[in-house]
Structure formats: structure tokens, C-alpha cells
Design a protein around this ligand. Structure first.
Ligand code: AMP
Ligand code: GLY
Length: 423
């Protein structure tokens, strides 16, 4: 079996790890384009970017790749699955028309609205003047979102008028998020606890994974600007299973059905970002891929071979296979570069990685490279350290104990990951 994983972050490291874990007789040959220094310990990394579709097709055909797995959002939104399929390859991931559920927030909101799926009230705008007039008439807090992809940073939650005015100007006029901000969604602020539900989806078939919770703001106590995600944990012991079921039945399954009804059947991982409000779960966002860093806590709990799930999905058998999960808890603490989510240095030596053994914690590399045989920082999010244990408290202690042993200049991490689950 020859597998090509596309991407370069912690999510892709976790996917490669999960695929390797069940490779008992060593018959899987895994490539990763472009990968990172951690992934290179498990797979052969290939110097081709995620958006170089022609080169990816050429490489995959030359190596007789049996399965391509796509990690990140940008290539999905740009139609990588369509391009690779046109090149005769088997690909796990949604085609462009289904990936639009993440690529355009306006498409997503309109789809949910049309199909009566719970989400925050909203209006969409293409010109600044009408957006500003609407904004002035709304209560605060209020949320302003760039329509397109912006590396997880195109959303501003505004607690007062000044913040709201500034966010609208930056998104629409200063183009802080580039063309992603040509159109905006202005939406009602939802109050409550957030949770992420990822599911393996094939058309109307939905096989949910255990719920997880991310921590988007960069500082403790959910302060500071939003990031791609500073840490996650799973399961969510403080959230009643009945609420998770309601979210699956009223949001995830209906959305998969709605995409089929619109002629855009989804195959891949559908990721619902939800707010548990006093009126029940409501949709904040949909992603068309595994979450990062949700994947780092969900896949270590997967007992079934991930490859079997991918292949079953491609063969139309996703409904028929057994998928089992371990009861253990997992907590992921992200170690990031000083300055992230703003500008940060690269190329700083990372010390202490060898002091963390797999039984202490799993270390998934996000932004790392090798320089003269040493691991160095190479991104905003550098490493994801995942502790596992009988409950969140034990998993969390293990994650932080390992995280503390890893050092690089300017290292930042939140110290309150999973704290909400312990009160
Ligand atoms: P997104 O990139 O859409 O996931 O948004 C980033 C973060 O902004 C989310 O994880 C939430 O914490 C917050 N957020 C987005 N939309 C809302 C909303 N309508 N109400 C409250 N918080 C929101
Ligand atoms: N952790 C959030 C995301 O992957 O978008």
C-alpha cells in the first residue's frame, strides 16, 4: 500500500502516525508532501507544495500511489481532490464543490439557513457602506468574519463598538485577510461552551468521532487574538452525552444530507465547530477536513485502523465497518513561537525532544525543520504535545510534564488547556 499524505502540520503528523501504527507487517509506504521534520521520521517527505497539483499528480503516478489523503483546507478549497482524481488517483477528501462549506462562510451560512440547521443569525455584505450601516444597528458583542479562508484568523469577536468598527475596516478596507475579506458575514454573538465534532462522512453516512474542545485565543483565560488553535482535549467529561447527540442529530447529519440535496455530496472528514448555547447547540463553522489540533487528541483514541476507514469510505462501505474508540483521555498542548499569531522568528534550535518517550507523551511536529541534523522551529505552531491517561487530569499532567521538558527560545504555550473540564 502506497499512501501520499498532503500537508505539513501537526494534523498531518498525527494522520501519518495513525496510519503507521497499524502497519504491523511493514507493508505501508507513506509519503508526505511537503511534511515536516517530525513527519520525516515516519514517512518519506517530498518537496512539493500542497497547491502544486500538477507536480503532485506526476509524483503520485510515478510512485504508483494507491491512496492520497489531503490534510489542509487551502488545497481542498482550490479543488485538489478534483485535480488528483482527474489524474486517475484515489483520494480521500471532499471535492471542491463540497469543500466550499469551509471555503466560503457565506455559502455555509446560506446552506444552513435554507435547510433549517441551527446557526447564529447573520447578514452578508460585499460593500463596506452597507456593512457599516448594519453593524451600527446591531447590539454588541458582535462577530465579524471574512468570507474566505484566512488561516483560522479571519474572525473577530468584538465586545464593543470601537472593536467592531476597527474589525470591519481592517477586514473590508485594509484587507488584513486579503481577498478573503472582500465579502463579510456579520453575525450574532453566541454565548456558551464550544465543542468540535469531527465525523467521517460519505454522502449521507455520518460516523462521528468523539467530541473535542479547542482553545483558539493565544493567551490563558481565552485572552488575546485568535490562533489556529493552542490546545485541545477529548473527551469532554463536563458536557452531557445527550447534548453531543443533539448536535450530531440536529447539525452534523442534516448538513451531510443538505450537501447531498444540493448535489455536492461530501466525502471526507466534516468538522462542525459548535457553541452550546442555552437554546442548544448552534453552528459556528464547518471545516472540510480534520481539525488541527483536534486530530492530535482524537486519532490517538482511535482503535480501528484509520486506513480501513479511508478505504471503506472510498468503496462506499463506511456504514458497514466497525469503528472503535478507547476510553482514555488525551490532552494536546501546543508549543508556539514567541510572537505568534503575529510575526515570529524561525530556525531556533529545539532542545529536549529526546527526553520525551512515547509512553510519556506523543509529540506531533507542526512547524519544525532539520538544520545541520538538529530540529529547529519553522512555524508559528511548532509542536503539539499529547498526554494520555485514564482521565483528563492525568492526561493533562502528562502533557504539561512533557511540554516543560521541551525548550526553544521564546516558546509560548497556554497553561490552562483542558482546565474547563476539571472545574
Ligand atoms: P471560526 O474561525 O469561525 O471558528 O471562529 C473562531 C472563533 O471565534 C470560534 O472558535 C469562536 O470562539 C469565535 N466565534 C466565532 N463565531 C462566533 C459567534 N457567532 N459567537 C461567539 N463566538 C464566535
Ligand atoms: N482547530 C480548528 C481548526 O482546525 O480549524
Amino acid at each position: 500500500m502506497r499512501i501520499l499524505v498532503i500537508g505539513r502540520g501537526g494534523r498531518e503528523h498525527a494522520i501519518v502516525w495513525a496510519l503507521k501504527r497499524h502497519d504491523r507487517d511493514n507493508t505501508r509506504r507513506i509519503y508526505c508532501a511537503p511534511g515536516n521534520a517530525g513527519i520525516a521520521q515516519l514517512a518519506e517527505t517530498v518537496d512539493i507544495g500542497e497547491l502544486e497539483f500538477d507536480r503532485l499528480v506526476e509524483f503520485a503516478r510515478e510512485k504508483a500511489i494507491d491512496l492520497v489523503v489531503v490534510g489542509p483546507d487551502d488545497p481542498l478549497a482550490a479543488g485538489i481532490v478534483d485535480a488528483l482524481e482527474a489524474g486517475g488517483l484515489r483520494v480521500y477528501g471532499p471535492r471542491r464543490n463540497a469543500a466550499e462549506i469551509e471555503g466560503s462562510k457565506i455559502f455555509m451560512k446560506n446552506l444552513l439557513h435554507k435547510h433549517g440547521i441551527p446557526t447564529a443569525k447573520y447578514e452578508t455584505f460585499t460593500d463596506y457602506e452597507s456593512a457599516k450601516a448594519y453593524l451600527d444597528a446591531q447590539p454588541v458583542p458582535i462577530v465579524i468574519k471574512a468570507d474566505g479562508l484566512a488561516a483560522g484568523k479571519g474572525v473577530t469577536v468584538c465586545f464593543n463598538r470601537e472593536e467592531a468598527d476597527a474589525a470591519l475596516r481592517e477586514t473590508m478596507l485594509s484587507k488584513a485577510f486579503g481577498a478573503a475579506g472582500d465579502k463579510v458575514v456579520i453575525e450574532e454573538f453566541l454565548e456558551g461552551q464550544e465543542m468540535s465534532i469531527l465525523a467521517f462522512v460519505d454522502g449521507e453516512t455520518v460516523r462521528p468521532m468523539p467530541a473535542a474542545q479547542d482553545h483558539k485565543p493565544v493567551y490563558d483565560g481565552d485572552k488575546g487574538p485568535n490562533t489556529g488553535g493552542m490546545g485541545t482535549y477529548s473527551p469532554l467529561p463536563h458536557i452531557p452525552p445527550s447534548i453531543i447527540d443533539v448536535a450530531i442529530e440536529t447539525i452534523v447529519r442534516p448538513t451531510a444530507r443538505a450537501l447531498v440535496a444540493e448535489g455536492r455530496p461530501f466525502r471526507g472528514v466534516l468538522f462542525a465547530g459548535l457553541m452550546i448555547t442555552k437554546d442548544g447547540p448552534k453552528t459556528i463553522e464547518f471545516n472540510a477536513r480534520f481539525g488541527d489540533p483536534e486530530t492530535q487528541v482524537v486519532l490517538p483514541r482511535l482503535q480501528t485502523d484509520l486506513l480501513d476507514i479511508f478505504l471503506a469510505s472510498l468503496d462506499g462501505r463506511l456504514n458497514d465497518i466497525e469503528i472503535s474508540w478507547s476510553d482514555e483521555a488525551a490532552v494536546c498542548v501546543i508549543l508556539a513561537s514567541g510572537g505568534y499569531p503575529g510575526a515570529y522568528p524561525k530556525g531556533l534550535p529545539i532542545e529536549g525532544l529526546e527526553s520525551v518517550a512515547d509512553q510519556d507523551a506523543l509529540v506531533f511536529h507542526a512547524g519544525t525543520a532539520l538544520k545541520e541534523g538538529r530540529f529547529v522551529t519553522n512555524g508559528g505552531r511548532v509542536l503539539g504535545v499529547v498526554g494520555r491517561g485514564r482521565g483528563i487530569a492525568e492526561a493533562r499532567d502528562r502533557a504539561y510534564a512533557a511540554a516543560d521538558r521541551i525548550r526553544f527560545e521564546g516558546k509560548i504555550n497556554r497553561t490552562d488547556i483542558a482546565a474547563k473540564a476539571l472545574v
